[in-house]
Ligand binder design. Structure first.
Ligand code: AMP
Length: 249
């Protein structure tokens, strides 16, 4: 069983991003970039399926600038077998990415496609759902457990206040949630091995996909800064202030 995993290069989760002074976008100059955390979980899950003898090949795919190769190499170091870079300097919105992934799905015919539930830069939470619709595949989003048997995937999903378990016929699309697994630490020997694994390059025009943006960002703003708090000498004063100043009691 082939597993295809989509990985995006995003601003590292530990970076405190800053908005450009003209409010047009987040400033990406000299900012550390990493694999999207939910995609790292997706790669880990695919590699575990291979180690368990369920998957035969794990292919990772990323769409974006040439630097996305670093992200693909990280995924190869986790244990993926080969990588595909869809190289473009165009802005890619979720529908465009879903169309590009659909073109790769048509070519590679994977039985399972795993994506992150969302990219932590745009927080769209759309690509997996759109890909499932375009590829006419069943989907299970926010997965916290995946089991494969007899041509079916049994997926436990994180839903508000509990979980839901679905059975999907393969081929299917699954998006990962945080509790699916804890990705392994990538070792130096595996980073070295990853450098030798195959990485194929293609472009949106090779795949005959129009990636023209459909949405226009009007403004990006920082969250409002919190004003400083005050120290109160005792509980009586606190209750008084909550009543008279904050008016929450
Ligand atoms: P989003 O819908 O943008 O929140 O992204 C959801 C998931 O789609 C991500 O976690 C990735 O698995 C995948 N994805 C989004 N953008 C890209 C991209 N440029 N290249 C590869 N995968 C992507």
């Amino acid at each position: 069983m082939k597993v295809l995993v989509a990985v995006k290069r995003v601003v590292d989760a530990n970076v405190k991003v800053q908005v450009k002074s003209d409010g047009s976008a987040v400033d990406l100059n000299n900012v550390k970039m990493s694999i999207n955390p939910f995609d790292e979980i997706a790669v880990e899950e695919a590699v575990r399926l291979k180690e368990a003898g369920v998957a035969t090949e794990v292919i990772v795919v990323s769409a974006g600038a040439a630097q996305a190769q670093e992200t693909l190499r990280t995924a190869l170091a986790i244990g993926a077998d080969r990588a595909i870079l869809i190289e473009t300097n165009e802005e890619l919105q979720p529908l465009a990415v879903a169309k590009l992934l659909k073109a790769i799905v048509d070519k590679e015919q994977p039985q399972l496609v795993i994506l992150g539930k969302q990219a932590i830069d745009d927080d769209s939470n759309q690509t997996g759902q759109m890909l499932a619709a375009l590829a006419n595949m069943p989907q299970a989003t926010f997965a916290s457990k995946i089991a494969i048997s007899d041509g079916n995937a049994t997926v436990t999903r994180e839903v508000d206040g509990g979980s839901e378990t679905l059975s999907l016929q393969l081929p299917a699309v699954v998006t990962t949630d945080l509790r699916l697994n804890e990705p392994r630490y990538v070792t130096l020997p595996n980073i070295m091995k990853a450098k030798k694994k195959p990485l194929e390059k293609t472009t949106p025009s090779d795949l005959e996909v129009d990636v023209t943006p459909r949405l226009k960002t009007l403004r990006v703003a920082e969250p409002p800064t919190r004003s400083a708090g005050v120290k109160v000498p005792d509980v009586k004063t606190l209750v008084e202030k909550l009543k008279t100043e904050a008016k929450v009691l």
